[in-house]
Unconditional design. Structure first.
Lengths: 138, 764
């Protein structure tokens, strides 16, 4: 599929979508959003890229293999429960710093967990989309 | 004690690393593990010998009363010493035996894991802790029997052992739960204080289930068939697991629970009958074996029967005899198995009829073999002699059915002697026969250990009281549940027991001398063909496989449309049943306001649904479904659930993209269904729609009192520092659930990838 309009639009839309995804991730704890939706929006950005530029370009833009994102996401999520163990709480008990930040609110381990979810969702969605799209090309 | 048990598992995990760093020397280093543990357990000897019972508790699941409680009395210590002592010998032996084996690393991982689990079984005081370790021994036994995994027979034997002992394990778990219900405690030491167990209505059931567990593990008739097949494992494994330790776990359990469950006629007689039957049948089956290891395996089954039999006998002398015989058997049978391994290793055959005159080639091995064989025969002054004498003594004093019981024990004893001569002496004496490999002495590591074991059998025999008196006394006391005082003596004088002992030896020799005839009798008698529980195993296994195949063909036929019909109608049936039988429908309130915007969205969704059904092309069907999804998302927004709406929008968008990518691969869009089928599908779809509507109406008509809702609303900010309740639940209150869900997602993604990639590779 070749469309100049779509290609040009994609060029401007993808960075915006990724930024928005990141924004959704960070504000998730207090406002609508979160790692899951953020991950989906980010993955949608790459899906758009697959449609307008093809899988090869999309893969290049993602830089690392989708599987790495899955591994990264799962590991971050798993590790985010460990600080609680260090202060003898149950695994996954949330811990927060006292400082407050705009948009994010207080920093804490649940945010780290959400970041894990974010990367994992990007990983699995792109994995499936890329695999299906590659099969189409053959 | 927890650390002693866990050390094996931890070192097992580090083993691959140790092998990578140390290469060949790693096996020697790892062999020091059981040696250290042996020394560590030995340091408890004096305290236990003085009658102390050492306890240790580490919390595990305290809410359910399941803790890792360890206690050490005579019985535990004796077993722990056997496990680590014979373990040391076997570990060193395997270092030479498997020296050039590709998978030696795995061997040490498995066997360390096994040793740790076995130590857990014998020192656990909590029944559920014991059960967990018990299952771990089955698991490691499975891995070790299947060690030569490239042979089909190995894999089959391993699976057989796992299924038989695993089924027994399930029965045992049920039995232990009943025991917990009866006594109200999970600690064996506390059960001892509970009275009236045997008059409880669940007593018989508990006993039967526990016995199935013990009998499968200790290869009692009719579950004995897995043990000879387990000889597919390397010889060190046979020596360690399938003669000295793991198969004795069942006997250990009987001994451990004897003071709790024993004392009733039901318990004693069942043990007596099953033990006696196993002892005699295995003896008959042993007569016709020509494979060195199978011969020893049947003899082991026979001995395990004897040990069960003696617990069944239950008198003080019987229990003492059982302990002595158990220790003696562990020493000589492990040596004989290791020697069988050496013979196999150096001559290339295990067929007894092909082995003769090896003593000039393998002098050290021959020496050990003859020592071990003499102890097994019950020859004066070996430890096995004392074992046999005490056994005979106990049977003759049992007070009822002496003749019947004695003839059973006599057959067992005579065949044991026959096996000892055939497996331990015959291969080394007489004239030399050509063997597949030209025989030579085994390496030092392969006879040094057995020498220690066989000499122990000799020294214990000479000085039984000073070396083993205390521990035997304390073990027998633990089994009886009362204090037993006893002095072991080697020599009791020329009495009836000694005479019978001599007769046994003579009969054993005659059996050996005319073995071909007896072999024929054993074959002709048909004991092996007539009584064949393994047939039952084979049949039930193949039945299970065909059942699984049949129901897979029925339920998983590969047609998507079929799955959907099945899933929807099942949900419909089950929910509908509850809805119509136990829910009051009159509460449904349909007087609610509906706004103009809602009507518009609904109409759009209905129109989209109809378009999806009527669509002539896939793409339009998919797009219409997307419209329905967007409609739902708008409803979410109108009802104040922006989070759900956001997710729904993204999901719908991505789903449409995925569909579009997938449909290129699909064959042309053709209607397969005829009018009847369409009508059926219409009914199902409409019914599920109606049901869903009714559920929603029902839920909204009644004010549901949910504590969760208010809990999350109130605590989200103070406890979890977040205003977005949905997100707080996902990443904080229910983080563990989310963790599970994202793991499933990751696996699903890999599954999708695998399915597509495999198909692509297949096409190439």
């Amino acid at each position: 599929m070749y469309s100049v309009i779509l290609k040009t639009a994609t060029k401007y839309l993808t960075p915006l979508m990724l930024l928005f995804a990141f924004f959704l991730l960070l504000r998730g704890h207090n406002e609508p959003g979160g790692g899951f939706v953020g991950g989906l929006v980010a993955a949608a950005a790459y899906a758009l890229m697959v449609i307008s530029y093809g899988v090869k370009t999309a893969r290049k833009e993602l830089k690392y293999a989708p599987l790495s994102f899955i591994i990264l996401g799962l590991s971050i999520a798993l590790i985010s429960g460990i600080p609680a163990l260090l202060v003898s709480e149950t695994y996954f008990t949330g811990l927060w710093t006292e400082m407050k930040f705009p948009v994010i609110g207080k920093l804490g381990t649940p945010l780290i967990f959400d970041i894990g979810v974010f990367f994992l969702v990007i990983g699995i969605t792109t994995k499936i989309i890329f695999t299906l799209a590659e099969e189409d090309q053959e | 004690m927890l650390i002693a048990v866990l050390s094996g598992i931890i070192i097992a995990a580090l083993t691959p690393l140790i092998f990578r760093v140390m290469k060949e020397k790693a096996s020697l280093l790892l062999s020091l593990v059981p040696v250290f543990l042996f020394a560590w357990y030995l340091s408890y000897y004096n305290r236990v010998a003085n009658g102390e019972i050492i306890k240790e508790v580490s919390e595990w699941i305290p809410a359910m009363g399941i803790n890792l409680t360890f206690s050490m009395d005579g019985l535990s210590l004796l077993f722990a010493l056997i496990i680590t002592g014979i373990g040391s010998v076997v570990f060193f032996y395997a270092a030479a035996y498997l020296k050039h084996d590709k998978y030696i690393t795995r061997f040490y991982v498995y066997i360390l894991f096994f040793m740790a689990s076995m130590l857990g079984v014998v020192t656990s005081d909590n029944i559920f802790g014991l059960f967990v370790f018990w299952e771990l021994t089955s698991l490691s036994s499975y891995l070790l029997i299947g060690y030569y995994f490239d042979k089909e027979s190995s894999r089959k034997s391993a699976l057989q052992a796992l299924l038989v002992t695993g089924t027994g394990g399930l029965a045992l778990l049920a039995g232990l739960i009943l025991l917990y219900i009866i006594t109200g405690t999970t600690e064996i030491s506390e059960m001892l204080a509970v009275t009236g167990i045997s008059s409880h209505e669940l007593y018989t059931g508990a006993v039967i289930l526990v016995l199935i567990g013990a009998f499968t593990k200790s290869a009692q008739f009719p579950f004995h068939f897995w043990l000879p097949n387990a000889m597919a494992a390397p010889s060190p494994v046979s020596a360690y697991l399938h003669s000295a330790t793991m198969v004795k776990a069942g006997v250990f359990l009987l001994a451990r629970l004897n003071p709790v469950l024993g004392g009733t006629e039901f318990w004693q007689n069942t043990l007596l009958i099953f033990g006696g039957t196993t002892m005699v049948i295995a003896a008959f089956l042993a007569l016709k074996q020509t494979d060195l290891k199978k011969l020893l395996a049947y003899s082991t089954v026979s001995v395990l029967g004897t040990l069960t039999f003696m617990i069944g006998l239950g008198t003080e002398t019987a229990l003492k005899g059982m302990v002595i015989y158990l220790l003696a058997h562990s020493l000589f049978k492990a040596s004989l198995f290791l020697i069988a391994g050496s013979i196999d290793h150096e001559t290339g055959t295990r067929n007894v009829s092909q082995l003769s005159g090896l003593k000039s080639f393998m002098p050290f091995t021959a020496f050990v073999a003859i020592f071990a064989a003499l102890s097994k025969m019950g020859f004066f002054p070996f430890y096995g002699f004392i074992g046999k004498e005490t056994l005979y003594d106990a049977v003759l004093k049992s007070g009822s059915n002496e003749i019947l019981l004695f003839s059973a024990v006599f057959i067992g004893g005579a065949v044991s002697g026959f096996v000892a001569i055939t497996a331990g002496i015959k291969p080394f004496i007489g004239r030399t026969i050509e063997t597949p490999k030209s025989p030579h002495e085994a390496p030092l590591l392969m006879y040094a250990g057995p020498i220690v074991l066989a000499s122990a059998g000799f020294i214990f025999g000479l000085l039984p009281e000073s070396f083993t008196g205390n521990i035997v006394e304390k073990t027998a006391s633990a089994i009886a549940g009362t204090n037993i005082e006893y002095t072991i003596k080697l020599w009791h004088g020329f009495n009836l027991v000694f005479l019978l002992s001599v007769v046994t030896l003579v009969v054993a020799y005659l059996l050996y001398r005319f073995r071909t005839k007896f072999t024929n009798i054993s074959i002709a008698s048909g004991v092996g063909d007539f009584i064949k529980p393994s047939m039952l195993y084979d049949k039930s296994l193949s039945m299970m496989i065909s059942l699984a195949r049949g129901q897979t063909r029925l339920l998983q036929n590969g047609y998507m449309r079929y799955y959907i019909v099945l899933i929807v109608s099942t949900a419909l049936g089950l929910t509908g049943y509850v809805l119509f039988t136990s829910v009051d429908m009159s509460v449904i309130d349909i007087s609610f306001d509906i706004t103009f915007s809602e009507v518009v969205i609904l109409l759009v969704m209905i129109a989209a649904s109809i378009t999806a059904i009527k669509a002539k092309r896939r793409l339009s069907a998919i797009a219409s479904l997307g419209v329905v999804g967007y409609g739902v998302a708008i409803i979410f927004i109108m009802y104040g659930a922006p989070d759900l709406a956001l997710t729904q929008f993204s999901i719908e968008t991505l789903t449409v993209i995925l569909f579009v990518l997938a449909i290129y691969r699909l064959p042309k869009y053709l209607p397969f269904s005829n009018t009847t089928l369409r009508f059926r599908d219409f009914i199902i779809a409409a019914a599920s729609g109606v049901m869903m509507t009714m559920i929603v109406l029902l839920v909204t008509s009644e004010e549901m009192v949910s504590q969760l809702k208010s809990f999350f609303a109130e605590n989200s900010l103070p406890l979890a520092k977040g205003k977005n309740v949905v997100n707080v639940i996902l990443v904080d209150f229910r983080a563990l659930d989310t963790m599970g869900e994202i793991t499933v997602l990751a696996i699903a993604a890999i599954g999708v990838y695998a399915l597509i990639k495999l198909r692509m590779e297949g096409r190439k």
